[in-house]
Design a protein around this ligand. Sequence first.
Ligand SMILES: Cc1cc2nc3c(=O)[nH]c(=O)nc-3n(C[C@H](O)[C@H](O)[C@H](O)COP(=O)(O)OP(=O)(O)OC[C@H]3O[C@@H](n4cnc5c(N)ncnc54)[C@H](O)[C@@H]3O)c2cc1C
Length: 272
Amino acid sequence: MGLNLVVLVKQVPDTQNVTGEAMKEDGTVNRGALPAIFNPEDLYALEAALRVKESVPGSKVHVLTMGPPSAEQVLKESLYRGADSVALITDRKFAGADTLATSYALKCAIEKTGKYDIVFCGRQAIDGDTAQVGPQTAEKLGINQITCVDHIEQIDDDSLIARRSIEGGYEIVKSSYPVLVTMTDEGHVPRTSSAIKVMTYKNKKAGDPEIPLWSIEHIGADFEACGLKGSPTKVKQIESVVLKAQELQMIENSDEGLNNLMHSLITDHTLG
Ligand SMILES: Cc1cc2nc3c(=O)[nH]c(=O)nc-3n(C[C@H](O)[C@H](O)[C@H](O)COP(=O)(O)OP(=O)(O)OC[C@H]3O[C@@H](n4cnc5c(N)ncnc54)[C@H](O)[C@@H]3O)c2cc1C
């Protein structure tokens, strides 16, 4: 019968390679100074979906991203690895979206794909770092969610069993479809690109039939709930914090060390 699998992926600045130019003087991120990469945990989400596809004949993997035209790169990389179809959710009116507006747009786009069984996300994006988009998207779709999954243990016609990482161990959870899972980077190592698929897709551009563009109208979203308009988060101030060497203090791992730490935090009014 085959399952319809949707994967949400995000293009992010490579925060592992932050240099002195990473922030502009006004405190905003200098995206030009940071290479854009596939959000690491989203590669694990894609790998999990591709493995489900391989275990259930007739399944299809659809990959969606919301971002600027340059985000076509993560979609091409998804096609190189074996995705069946992709779409770039892009519109100037999506700009400035917080997690509420992002998850709303993604919910509309997922519904646009038609009947879906499993939605895969990364647990967290390395730029915004909130880990809210997956759970909020599931909530808006009105479907089950399993967060922090490292392995899909079993796939059946109408349900799956997943293993989620919890503090000090694992939890085994069963859910019927449709379900959204957020994947950690503890699962199967993501596969590399197929050389044949790279040759097929490397010259494709956003807007070509293989990488369609989905606007607000296309996904049937309410303009008022998208982008800055639909985002209650307001950034008041951004501060660039640079720690100096003298500010580093080693705390002895003993009751006395902790007592001294608590004492100095209370004395300088950090606590209390
Ligand atoms: C430094 C910084 C701080 C921010 N702080 C806040 C904040 O406090 N509150 C707030 O509401 N917003 C905040 N934002 C905005 C936030 O990054 C965006 O709303 C973003 O679109 C999604 O949030 P996230 O990056 O935290 O994603 P997460 O919730 O960490 O992402 C989880 C998963 O959701 C999926 N996903 C996320 N975004 C997309 C996308 N665009 N397309 C497809 N799939 C996606 C991916 O699978 C991803 O792995 C911040 C952004 C930055 C750069």
